[in-house]
Design a protein around this ligand. Sequence first.
Ligand code: CMP
Length: 160
Amino acid sequence: MAKFDLKEKTLVIMKPDALQRNLLGEIIGRFERKGLKIVGMKMVKLSDVLLDKHYAHHKDKPFFVTLKRFMQSAPVVMMVLEGIEAVKVVRLIVGPTSGREADAGSIRGDLAISFQTNIVHASDSISTAKQEVKRFFKPSEIFDYKKMDFEFVYGEEERV
Ligand code: CMP
């Protein structure tokens, strides 16, 4: 059995503030430079039904209504990223929820100063990532292709 799951997937949503503040290229570039593989990407206006599902665990929180209004204020751009320990790696690059507490060097630490308008959403565990990828992407929207830098992004023992 392979030691590493090269195909671990996670969901990233670039929120309306990322789009409005012209940060999409900056954010995508950070994930690309890390070595993560983009296997799905699309722009959508999130529906009530999808947001109610996605934020079901926040439904009783005082910020739920404003969070939904914010998430529907403009389209979002969603990506499925792939790589060894992709969920953990992406969470590290993104930083904690509040932009005010995120370390410099992380996306939120460098680009956000808010709790709510915090630029990106990233799946918080492998099981959540599986649900979230399925919620937002059809199987036909996820691509399996050979990436030319693969042998330089990973060491030999990680590629088997
Ligand atoms: P996200 O990672 O998408 O998960 C839930 C979202 O709710 C979070 O990012 C923020 O956008 C928002 N959120 C979480 N906590 C608060 C809060 N205390 N006040 C306002 N918005 C919040």
